[in-house]
Design a binder for this molecule. Structure first.
Ligand code: COA
Length: 184
């Protein structure tokens, strides 16, 4: 079972936050959080007007992730509110040639940016990946996402290439970097 036990952090602003695995009972709070993401930024794949799962569907998804050895779904909580998350999975855990490769996505709500929460999520990701024998972690990040690019580079990721015109957002093409980190 891929599970992060609750870990409390007090930010520089004195805010108490808890990092832990998301559980089925978090489904409603997680959906409220997910609906905020596209209002904060266009740097993810969440767009305004997209369809979200029901609370039951979200709870079932969280249960599956919690019970899976590979997948990791971390939430950052301020009291009962979800304010950030990271999701890690493998492309195909059954394929013998890529069992060392994992991918992830992450978001922090805008009002919490710049307090090191992203960096801490990546630390837990690193620990989890090592614990299951993953030695390559990869993701895509829009080239215009300066904060994201800086976070990843500061956490040991390297840019490996560019997906040109990977998205067209509000009528403008946007490129993405392929980024990856090799774990020794
Ligand atoms: C990218 C994101 C996860 C970063 O989270 P965060 O909690 O703000 O990250 P941190 O505070 O740990 O660190 C961010 C880095 O950006 C730097 N930074 C701060 N303000 C910045 C700015 N205006 N421009 C560029 N970099 C900036 C910080 O200094 C830090 O780098 P450092 O460790 O070298 O000092 C968050 O901004 C976010 O969720 N953005 C929208 C969704 C998104 O982009 N998700 C990732 C998709 S690939």
């Amino acid at each position: 079972m891929a599970k992060l036990e609750a870990f409390e952090v007090v930010t520089e602003k004195g805010i108490r936050l808890v990092f832990r695995s998301l559980i089925p009972a978090d489904a409603e709070a997680f959906l409220v959080y997910r609906k905020q993401i596209p209002l904060d930024s266009t740097h993810t794949m969440q767009y305004q007007g997209m369809k979200f799962p029901s609370i039951d569907e979200a709870a079932e998804r969280l249960r599956t992730q919690l019970e899976d050895r590979v997948q990791l779904s971390i939430g950052i909580f301020e009291s009962h509110r979800v304010v950030g998350s990271l999701n890690f999975r493998m492309h195909n855990p059954e394929h013998p040639w890529i069992q060392h490769v994992g991918e992830f996505g992450m978001t922090v709500l805008k009002e919490y940016w710049g307090q090191g929460l992203g960096k801490r999520l990546l630390l837990y990701l690193d620990q989890h990946a090592r614990s299951i024998g993953v030695t390559r972690i990869e993701a895509n990040v829009r080239t215009a996402n300066e904060r994201g690019v800086r976070l990843y580079q500061g956490s040991g990721f390297q840019i490996e290439g560019t997906r040109r015109q990977a998205a067209k957002i509000n009528g403008e093409y946007q490129d993405e970097y392929y980024i990856a980190k090799l774990l020794k």
